[in-house]
Structures are given as structure tokens and as C-alpha cells.
Design a protein around this ligand. Structure first.
Ligand SMILES: *Cc1c(COP(=O)(O)O)cnc(C)c1O
Length: 397
């Protein structure tokens, strides 16, 4: 997955352009910048590649989620439904706005279970936020139908699945808003960065202003611009955007490499009795950044994960035990451990997490191993790795 594995002259040349002009900021300094508008150019390319009317670059994927929610007017006391298996950024972005993260179960797609989502909808629910974890997607058809029926917004977190598709459309472009991360370990990277996409003109304008202190970006004198509403600073720098500009042109090549490597690994595991694979919703195509599979029991999965590590098969994850990706280890969220007093709306509205259990999620996550698919592997290396994985797994079954 990490795009940094294949950094080269393209990235170097884009960054050099920025350093040569000396303009590291994305706005203003028109005379000095020698025609280089890396952030603007990258936004155009993202919008085009993701078949969306608008893209707004920001400083991180977490910022993209925060700005996306803010742009749609989500704030104090509003509820956002998220999965129990995600990255901490999901609830961080929601809490940053004084809104309430409502966690629900995942199913064998390893993403939101539409039935669990439906059950969690209440009078304060405003947004459903599927997180397309580990290269594949939520059942977007079912979620869209629920959103339509309850008049809710659909916000796709496609940070880990850029380039995947659903019914032929890029992930991120199906919901009202979609978010990507370009942090250092994502399929394409800026070092740090993120973007949101939308077809909604108002959301886009709001995002453009909100992510830059409320600047209305009218005219070409920054100091004279007005501030129609309160904002914040979630800007990306030209240096980061320059790296992303080189990387987005390589996205389709990266996806092809991931697919090739994934297929070799999957074909080796497919014939093994006791191995089954994560369900991809009908109409979906993964971005192949991870190979995700289930084993018959939690005990076998734990032992197999340890055996893979001991056998030198690196970059395989047992998320069930992971501090950053699964609710079981989120004591800080469950008990609202915060540096400062938490907004009253959040304290009043947060579900009773210390008592909450997500048994259906445990059923799937306890038996899931996810193996990262790298870009820099040679073919022989992947074939050897696949054979080794298959033999280690067979030994544990
Ligand atoms: C990486 C990631 C984010 C946050 O992105 P950052 O750029 O690291 O802030 C959000 N959601 C998911 C699913 C991610 O994997």
C-alpha cells in the first residue's frame, strides 16, 4: 500500500518546482510562484479521477473528515454513526465538532452492518459514516437507501480504499461527501495530507472557506477578503501537495501492482480448507491494499497470526488486539478521558460505552487476519511469500 515505497524523480521534480519558486503556501503570492499552483492542480486531478464536481485538499485525512462534517453543518449534539472497526480519526473528527460518535457493529464486509445502522438511528442522527477499511467497502447501496429513507447524509471514509469502486463509481464519490488521507502510509501520499470530494456546491464552498479561517477567497488580496463564518486552519502546504501531484498520476499503476500481488497471495490461500475471505458487497471492486481473511476460531487466528510473524511474514495484522483500530482498546473514548472538560452535548448524548459490547463485531474481528499488500515486492518475492503463508496457515488448522 504505501506510495512512498516507489518515490522517484516525479516526486522530486514537483517538490523542486515549489522550492525553486520559494512559495510554500497554497494561497496568494501570485507574482512569485512562477505559475506553480500545486494544491489547486492536485484538487483538479482528484476531482477528475474521482468523478466528482469538487475536491478540497486539507492537511490530513482526519482534517478532511472534520471539514466534511463541518461543511454539512454538523455540530453540537448531532449524532454520527460509525463502525466499531475503524481508525480513531473517525471519532476524533466527530468529537472535535461537539458531535457524538455512535458506534455500531460490523459484519463480514468488515464495515458497517446496515441492520445495525438502522437500529442505531434516533432523532439526533444526522450522518452515516461508513469506513472502507483495508481496501474494501461497505454495502453502499443498502446504506444509501437508509439515508434516503431517514433523510441522513452519507459520508464515505475512503482513506484506506482509494481507487476501489462500487457499481463502477470511485469510492468516496457515492456519498454526499467522501474523504481520503494522503498520510505517509496510504496508497498515495503527500507525507501528510487529505482531501474531501463532493458534488454539493454549498458543502464545497463551506469546506473551502472553513479550512482556511473562513476566508471567502474572493479577489486576490488575502488581507482584504471577508469571513462569512468562523473557520479554522486545516490548510495543506504546497510542498505536501507537490508530492501528491506526482503520486496521483501513479495511482492506477499502484492499483495494478496491488491487484497483481493480492491475486498471487489470494490464489495460494484459496484452496485451504478453513480459510474464507472477507465479503465484498455485490458491485464492489477492492483497491487490493490488503488481503483480509477469516480462520475458523479466535484461538486458531491468534496462533496463526503469531506463527506468521515468527515465520518472517511481516505486515500481517490482527486488528482484534490493536490499540488504534478496534473499540476494545478505546478506553479513552469509552470513558471520555479528555485533557479538558467535554462539551455538555457530548456528555449528555454519548452512548453507554463502558457497558457496550459489539458481539457480532467480535465474532468477525476475532477471526480476521489482514495482510498488507506492498508495492515494492518483486514477483518472485510475492510467490515465495504466498507459499510460506499457505504452509504456515495449513500447519495451524
Ligand atoms: C489514515 C486514516 C484516517 C486519517 O488520516 P490521517 O491523514 O492520518 O489523519 C482516517 N480514516 C482512516 C480509515 C484511515 O485509515
Amino acid at each position: 500500500m504505501p506510495g512512498f515505497e516507489l518515490f522517484g524523480d516525479k516526486e522530486r521534480n514537483e517538490v523542486k518546482d515549489v522550492l525553486d519558486s520559494g512559495v510554500l503556501m497554497r494561497y496568494g503570492f501570485d507574482g512569485m510562484r512562477n505559475g506553480h499552483w500545486k494544491a489547486q492542480q492536485l484538487e483538479q486531478k482528484i476531482a477528475e479521477r474521482m468523478q466528482s464536481n469538487h475536491a478540497q485538499l486539507v492537511s490530513s485525512g482526519t482534517a478532511a473528515l472534520t471539514v466534511a462534517l463541518a461543511s454539512a453543518g454538523i455540530g453540537a449534539g448531532d449524532e454520527v454513526i460509525i463502525p466499531s472497526f475503524t481508525f480513531v480519526a473517525s471519532f476524533e473528527a466527530i468529537l472535535a465538532l461537539g458531535a457524538i460518535p455512535v458506534m455500531v457493529d460490523i459484519d463480514d464486509t468488515l464495515t458497517l452492518d446496515p441492520k445495525a445502522v438502522e437500529k442505531a438511528i434516533g432523532p439526533n442522527t444526522r450522518v452515516i459514516m461508513p469506513v472502507h477499511m483495508c481496501g474494501s467497502m461497505a454495502d453502499l447501496g443498502a446504506l444509501q437507501e437508509i439515508c434516503d429513507r431517514h433523510k441522513l447524509l452519507l459520508l464515505e471514509d475512503a482513506c484506506q480504499a482509494i481507487g476501489g469502486t462500487y457499481n463502477g463509481k470511485p469510492l468516496g464519490s457515492i456519498g454526499d461527501l467522501g474523504c481520503f488521507s494522503f498520510d505517509y502510509v496510504k496508497t498515495i501520499t503527500c507525507g501528510e495530507g487529505g482531501a474531501l470530494i463532493t458534488n454539493n456546491e454549498t458543502f464545497y464552498k463551506n469546506a473551502d472557506h472553513y479550512s482556511d479561517h473562513g476566508h471567502d477567497h474572493a479577489g486576490n488580496d488575502r488581507g482584504a477578503e471577508s469571513h462569512p463564518f468562523l473557520g479554522f486552519n486545516y490548510r495543506i502546504s504546497e510542498l505536501h501537495a507537490a508530492v501528491g501531484l506526482a503520486q496521483i498520476d501513479r495511482l492506477d499503476d499502484f492499483l495494478a501492482i496491488q491487484k497483481k500481488n493480492y491475486t498471487i497471495l489470494r490464489n495460494a490461500l484459496e484452496p485451504i480448507d478453513g480459510v474464507s475471505f472477507r465479503r465484498v458487497p455485490e458491485g464492489g471492486v477492492e483497491n487490493y491494499s490488503f488481503l483480509n481473511f477469516f480462520l475458523p476460531s479466535e484461538e486458531i487466528t491468534r496462533k496463526t497470526h503469531a506463527a506468521l510473524g515468527a515465520g518472517g511474514v511481516d505486515a500481517c495484522f490482527y486488528w482484534y488486539n490493536n490499540n488504534w483500530h478496534y473499540y476494545k482498546k478505546w478506553d479513552h473514548l469509552r470513558t471520555m478521558k479528555s485533557l479538558a472538560p467535554v462539551a455538555k452535548e457530548v456528555l449528555d448524548g454519548i452512548p453507554d460505552y463502558p457497558e457496550a459490547h459489539f458481539k457480532q463485531s467480535d465474532h468477525w474481528m476475532g477471526r480476521t487476519i489482514s495482510c498488507l499488500v506492498k508495492l515494492s515486492w518483486g514477483e518472485e518475492e510475492v510467490v515465495k511469500r504466498a507459499e510460506k503463508m499457505a504452509s504456515i496457515i495449513k500447519n495451524q488448522l
